[in-house]
Design a protein around this ligand. Structure first.
Ligand code: SF4
Length: 314
């Protein structure tokens, strides 16, 4: 084994408090109420997590009308749901437990507060992402206008809304890209209101900071995470923008690109908030089969956030 490779391991990486709580909710619901337990949408965006929970007796559906037995509990995913979903469950007299991350719920509450106070809301986020669908679904149609890019912000017209303005954001966006969009909004609408506390969550911010710190020293950067995981995809973008052009997402079941890694002296490694640590360690083990490796963990923050379980499980 002639090569010697250094792996810079970003920390924090992987599971955040919202993901830990959501998985715990499914496991504890199965324990307390037996199986099956239905889960609306992937509880978190990771195939391994979903497969493990299926083995314990969870059944995943996209909509409540796919549920065959309405007497069984149903759990709503960490990304949050539009108000119509709990309403539908109540109409059908279903027992539901909401695993929405408390930091997503915070954005829902901010949006409702702005709406009550008569503001037109701009949501910065990615069209079609379940969190965005959930946030937009907290309020009547047209109360929230979604924008995705700087160009969307630029094309908003100052007199488009005959109301005071406020903005909220998806929790898992790129911190830097979002700053630029907000700058444009503030220039256009100098009195635009923001949330009391930052909407991009601590986990997204910390994982991006850790990647930024090491990306420029790496020949290649790898992020373990699923294709549909917003925060994982943002980490790849952050690594590219921070100086490592050769940055890739390693999604579910994808092989370790060992031939490319063989040409590197240093690689960076991180994982999205919904990716189990086991996948990171397996990635390193695979490399070790062919290459001599030293691993250095670069810690940029210590996380101690823990969220309480919903009352139904206490
Ligand atoms: S990434 Fe942030 S908002 Fe999403 S579940 Fe984790 S802590 Fe909550």
């Amino acid at each position: 084994m002639p090569n010697k490779l250094k792996i810079l391991l970003a920390s924090p990486r992987g599971f955040c408090a919202g993901v830990d709580r959501a998985i715990d909710i499914v496991e504890k619901t199965l324990k307390k109420f037996g199986s099956p337990v239905y889960v609306r949408h992937e509880i978190v965006h990771n195939k391994q997590v979903v497969e493990n929970l299926k083995k314990l007796g969870a059944i995943f559906v996209e909509e409540l009308n796919e549920i065959k037995d309405n007497t069984r509990p149903v759990i709503f995913s960490a990304h949050g749901v539009p108000k119509s979903v709990p309403e539908e469950a109540e109409n059908k007299k279903m027992f539901y437990i909401d695993a929405t991350c408390p930091l997503v719920t915070k954005v829902h509450k901010e949006s409702e507060r702005h709406h009550r106070n008569g503001y037109q809301i701009i949501l910065i986020g990615h069209k079609g992402h379940p969190e965005v669908i959930g946030t937009m679904g907290q309020l009547p149609k047209n109360s929230i206008k979604l924008i995705e890019t700087e160009s969307d912000a630029n094309s908003l017209k100052a007199d488009e809304f005959n109301k005071p303005m406020a903005y909220v954001t998806q929790t898992t966006l790129s911190v830097d890209d979002t700053k630029n969009i907000i700058k444009i909004l503030k220039k256009k609408f100098p009195n635009i209101k923001s949330s009391i506390k930052e909407d991009i969550c601590y986990a997204t911010t910390n994982r991006q900071e850790a990647v930024k710190k090491i990306a420029r020293d790496c020949n290649m950067f790898f992020v373990i995470g699923s294709e549909n995981s917003s925060n994982s995809k943002r980490l790849v973008e952050v690594a590219k923008k921070s100086g490592c052009k050769d940055s890739e997402l390693i999604s579910d079941g994808q092989k370790v690109p060992i031939e490319k890694i063989k040409n590197c002296k240093v690689i960076g490694l991180s994982s999205g908030a919904s990716a189990p640590e086991e996948l990171v360690q397996n990635f390193i083990l695979e490399i070790k089969k062919d290459i001599q490796v030293s691993v250095e963990e670069v810690i940029t923050a210590n996380e101690k956030v823990v969220f309480k379980l919903p009352k139904e499980l206490n």
